[in-house]
Design a protein around this ligand. Structure first.
Ligand code: ADP
Ligand code: GN1
Ligand code: MG
Length: 366
């Protein structure tokens, strides 16, 4: 691909010297771009091709990100924080836009690359995961004053598990290459747990739990950790910021971070739910969120891990049945492998729900 033309559109502080693929997201294509500044220093940026199959209205999506990053920057500045590391900084195009639409119809955006950080696929220690919890909890707390009505709903019904369930049933009908035949057990796993799908959605509808501005994609590698100190530096991947429930943010982090194996581990004996990591994350998250949580939300935190893991497994299996059209895959069974890790975790968590509730009560302040 010819990157020079794209790179020349952004207001980077120096001469282009190189570009390489970066990170491990399942949605966008991410690159690190190096430029040489006038003083000879190398400065790096993140350049992303936004997945236009996933994100239909990039203009509105980028407006969300611009508003939220400006808001979070103000908070960081007020708190005397190091905003350049704590908050994502968008780089504008030369004509002042927050993205560039190239001639072939692809959308591009750029951020300052936060150096000396890494996004982990697996939590390396309890302390690290506790800090991730604090970062995600603080993130939701910091956005508690943000006017939710300003935000565009990037993907309608993103974590509406009932609607994910009906999408799954459509995927069953779709049955790409008769894949259904290979996955009878996995399909049964999803269908037999339909009762889960309404548990949070119905409470949001009735107002028993509040709609908040949430991140909605809190997997562990969406918080950058400092390479030297292993402390959380910055919450990234802001594409799905929109009104949601804090249960989604808590639950998705538990899904991704309490797994002893990788999300796409083929050997299921390596995949299990680590309850010590659950405790660490809960402690950090509850510290971060402070009193911005209600009793009803608190009570549902343990179940949120099960729900989000079930939902994600159902999405992977649905994508497999649709012919791998949503998540990036490296081989034909990739989504199937992914759904199996998720279902293994769901089973483990179901057995330990009582212990999880005890842990949450221990750290709950209300
Ligand atoms: P995706 O939606 O595909 O997951 P992300 O926005 O999460 O895309 O970016 C993919 C990866 O790129 C992240 O997991 C992280 O490793 C890296 N990354 C993204 N933005 C930055 C940044 N500003 N500084 C450093 N690394 C970043
Ligand atoms: C995607 O963008 P990324 O890779 O951080 C997905 C999440 C899934 C996750 C599973 C916009 O997250 O919802 O939980 O993969 N993001 C979107 O790994 O669909
Ligand atoms: Mg990501």
């Amino acid at each position: 691909m010819e990157f020079n033309e794209i790179i020349s559109r952004f207001d980077f502080d120096g001469q282009f010297v190189g570009i390489e693929p970066y990170g491990m997201g399942l949605i966008n294509n991410t690159y690190a771009v190096s430029v040489k500044r006038e003083n000879g220093e190398i400065k790096r940026y993140i350049l992303q091709k936004i997945n236009k199959n996933t994100f239909k209205q990039v203009d509105k999506l980028m407006r969300n990100i611009r508003l939220v990053t400006e808001y979070l920057k103000d908070i960081s500045v007020k708190n005397g924080g190091n905003w350049e590391r704590e908050v994502l900084t968008l780089v504008k195009t030369l004509d002042g836009n927050s993205y560039y639409l190239d001639k072939s119809g692809e959308y591009w955006r750029a951020y300052v690359l936060i150096e000396n950080t890494i996004g982990y696929a697996i939590a390396e220690s309890r302390d690290m995961f506790e800090d991730a919890g604090r970062a995600f909890g603080t993130f939701v707390r910091n956005l508690s004053g943000f006017p939710a009505e300003e935000l565009y709903e990037v993907i309608a019904n993103f974590h509406n598990t009932e609607s994910r369930f009906s999408d799954f049933k459509k995927a069953l009908e779709n049955n790409y290459e008769n894949r259904k035949d290979n996955v009878k057990e996995e399909i049964e796993f999803v269908l037999s747990r339909e009762k889960y799908t309404s548990k949070v959605v119905s409470k949001l509808k009735s107002g028993e739990i509040p709609l908040r501005v949430t991140h909605n994609d809190t997997k562990l590698n969406n918080v950058l950790m400092d390479v030297d100190t292993n402390r959380a530096v910055c919450v990234i991947d802001l594409d799905t910021i929109m009104p949601g429930s804090l249960l989604y943010d808590f639950g998705d982090a538990i899904r991704s971070g309490c797994n002893t194996g990788l999300e796409d581990e083929k050997d299921l004996s390596k995949v299990s739910f680590d309850i010590d990591l659950f405790e660490s994350f809960s402690k950090g998250f509850l510290e971060g969120i402070g009193d911005n949580i209600t009793k009803e939300e608190m009570e549902l935190l343990p179940f949120a891990g099960i729900l989000m893991t079930y939902e994600c497994g159902m999405r992977f299996l649905g994508d497999y049945l649709n012919g791998d059209v949503y998540f990036k895959t490296q081989y034909p069974e990739h989504n199937l492998v992914r759904c199996r890790t998720q279902f293994k975790l769901v089973r483990d968590m179901e057995e330990r729900l009582g212990e999880m509730s005890e842990i949450v009560s221990r750290y709950a302040k209300i």
